[in-house]
Design a protein around this ligand. Structure first.
Ligand SMILES: [Zn+2]
Length: 365
């Protein structure tokens, strides 16, 4: 029997525009204007690709509801929520850290992004759908209790995990495959042994000061946080080795009742903000393994939440693979595969073994 899959999508995700920047700094002097990296086209192109490939025939497309401030305050301080509302009301400002710009749309967009994950989670928990993919914009995993950071305003996956806990789910896994460390997610659940947070990310990339393998959870929750800091240029082979040797065994030991995947695809080739060099095929293989974990332990309950991915040409093909795996739909062609197939970076290299074997040993202690 085929699975029913929910895909949330609001036209607002593909419209809200941050205007001209140069990557993430304002164009001035010698720096010519380009588009801010969090550009609406990056998600609009995925939505069009879902239609163009016929994948939408396999999906229940649902307009998400917005999260309420009270739902956000389950993981963020009331002061942070009020400040974000005030910045949007003023029409312009920063969510935290100095390069997380907000305009008048941003607060509502962040509520809608968190609502997108909530909508998916509610449908999965009620049995209305088997699996779900939350299309969202803004991202959330860098946002911690009292501040936004790194393009993130509210931590959507944490808001949804808190809602799942209120609904009676006791063991939740959050697997963050975004190229950057899920520092906000780690911080919010660091002392909670009921939430296993796993982050695969480029070593000392962003935030540079977080994401160390030694950070394994707070007192009473040691082992409930797993950081896997990967070397630049890791590629599919090294990445899947870490998934198979570290991530899947940790999930199998934890036996989650619900699995969230923070689905940034900014670890892919052509990514402007990382150097991990994954391919769309690598993302498909990763998704297959994580969906299988949900089938083994969580009655199949899995919610993917879209986050980073800033290559307008390649990110949509990587996200498409994740949705195809969820939907068990025919796989589309990766038009870039012929150019990437012979890349040596895709092969597992012996030097990548040392890090993973060290972490496997540490996680058994
Ligand atoms: Zn990222």
């Amino acid at each position: 029997m085929s699975k029913s899959i929910t895909l949330t999508w609001s036209e607002r995700f593909g419209q809200a525009d941050m205007g001209d920047w140069a990557i993430y700094i304002p164009p001035t002097g010698l720096v010519e204007p380009d588009r801010h990296l969090d550009h609406p086209e990056r998600v609009a192109r995925l939505r069009r690709l879902v239609a163009k490939t016929g994948l939408d025939q396999h999906l229940d497309q649902v307009v998400p509801r917005a999260a309420t401030p009270a739902e956000i305050e389950a993981v963020h301080s009331a002061e942070h929520v009020a400040r974000m509302a005030a910045v949007a009301e003023a029409g312009w400002g920063d969510a935290g850290g100095g390069f997380t710009p907000m305009n008048a749309d941003s607060y509502d967009l962040a509520l809608l992004s968190a609502g997108s994950v909530l909508t998916c989670t509610e449908r999965v928990l009620s049995g209305e759908t088997d699996r779900a993919y939350a299309l969202a914009r803004r991202s959330g995993h860098h946002a911690s209790r009292d501040t936004g950071y790194g393009f993130c305003i509210f931590n959507s996956v944490c808001v949804a995990a808190a809602a799942a806990k209120r609904a009676g789910i006791e063991r939740i896994a959050i697997v963050d495959i975004d190229a950057h460390h899920g520092n906000g997610t780690e911080a919010i659940f660091y002392d909670d042994p009921g939430v296993l947070t796993i982050s695969l990310h480029e070593d000392r990339m962003f935030p540079a000061e977080t994401g160390a393998a030694e950070d394994r959870g707070g007192a009473g929750a040691v082992g409930s946080n797993l950081n896997i800091p990967l070397a630049s240029g890791t590629g599919d082979g090294g990445y899947l080795f870490a998934i198979d040797e570290l991530v899947v065994p940790a999930l199998d030991r934890f036996e989650p009742e619900l699995v969230f995947v923070v689905a940034g695809v900014d670890a892919a080739m052509y990514a402007p903000l990382s150097n991990l060099a994954l391919t769309a095929g690598g993302y498909a293989a990763t998704a297959e393994r994580l969906v299988a974990v949900a089938e083994r332990h969580a009655e199949g309950r899995v919610v993917f939440e879209q986050e980073g991915g800033y290559s307008l040409v390649y990110s949509p093909f990587c996200w498409l693979k994740l949705i195809e795996v969820l939907a068990e739909a025919p796989r589309s062609e990766d038009p870039f595969a012929p150019f990437l197939a012979d890349g040596g970076f895709n092969e597992f290299a012996p030097h990548q073994r040392a890090l993973v074997e060290r972490l496997v040993k540490e996680n058994q202690e």
